[in-house]
Design a protein around this ligand. Sequence first.
Ligand code: SAM
Length: 448
Amino acid sequence: AGPSPFLEPGPKTSPNTLAIVSLSRDNFQPITLEQSTGAVDGYAEGATLNTRFGSFPHSTLLDIPWGSQVRASVVDTGSRGRKRRRGEVESEDTPAQSHDEAPDEQAPAAPAKAVTAASGFVYILRPTPELWTSCLPHRTQVVYTPDYSYILQRIRARPGSRLIEAGAGSGSFTHASARAVYNGYPRAAGHKMGKVFSFEFHEPRFQKMQEEIKHHSLEGIVDITHRDVYKDGFLVAGKSPEATSVFLDLPAPWEALHHLSRRKMQNGGEEDDSSASWESPLDPRRSAYLCTFSPCIEQVTRTVTELRTLGWTDIDMVEISHKRLNVTRERVGVNLPSEKGFNPTPADVDEAMAKLKSDLKRTNDFHKLQQPQPESTMDVDEPALDDVPEANGGDADREDEEPVFMQGRIVHRTEADLKSHTSYLVFAVLPHAWDEEAEEAALARWPC
Ligand code: SAM
């Protein structure tokens, strides 16, 4: 298998790999792009993505830079077969809608009929854990981006880390952690790869996760085991993962904690000396950083009690409350000397008119840029920065005339919240093992 599209996507889309189609700002759809096996009698398009914004044969989505805009193809049954590649056929009378222009989404496509003008467009995006979380098939509750971004930094997941996760569920956290620990594919002897050791006891979910990991080419990074971790702990094929980061999204995390210690323990904190051969799943030379994810405070209490009994330190609990803010400039009333009792002089009126004209010019310039380009227009619409006055300072006159604060006061509004499965996050640290070897190493470093 090639490198994972989540880790090394390359510059362009390619066949048999996952891509995420953005239909509108918060509406994503995962697809696996298929190479057309060839037109039949010049008509067949092969695999096609049908959306309410139009139809997109996979051939128009393949081998183009990630982030490209692709226009819907004309749907008919005849002559366009040869012209269709890469969406060269565009609507002549219905220019594609802009994502930003259309408040909800784009204009819905007319139902397919013999000859239909293309009406919409999509963006083709490289897979990222964030996008995958927004569109993955849900088999369980999942951990969302606001939570996992915070969790991953608190449990110190970084390139080269070895991380234990249970349960895998729908794989939302798995994908985010795989990217966090990824430190390249082995290229030299001694390269120890960052890895995610994931555990799931529900057989169908385990099977599904295995398929996804394979399909997303994450096999070298994510190692999934079918296991009840309360009963059987976290060793993999009898060996220690040597983890330093642990994330438990389980109904009863306290039942699994005794497996995550330095010495063999029983559930409840008693040392277990029933068998001498026991290995810890944690790296003995480093501290372990743990997070548990539980929706109820009673679960938190039980987890914290067990953590204390087992010698974990720095225990604290966090709840993430996520808000998305839309920050814009608003012109209303911005240049009034005082909001009350304003009595405009002729000079004020002239100034207001000049500003209005300048705004109008700016709007017109913007719309000129949005006009469809002649013949050479392709489906890949990446506006050249040089064409955008704002980006290259080309509108310098206007900037000279009007300081930026006069372009409006900054306002912010809360947007609809991102989905977030609110849970309590319990964090704790287990200091590294202290044995003869550790003592000697410490003395060598700090001789007393
Ligand atoms: N973190 C996951 C995600 O982001 O997609 C969601 C995890 S889901 C809420 C909890 C999962 O833990 C379920 O899939 C369940 O089958 C699994 N599970 C519950 N008890 C388990 C156990 N004793 N051993 C392993 N997995 C377990």
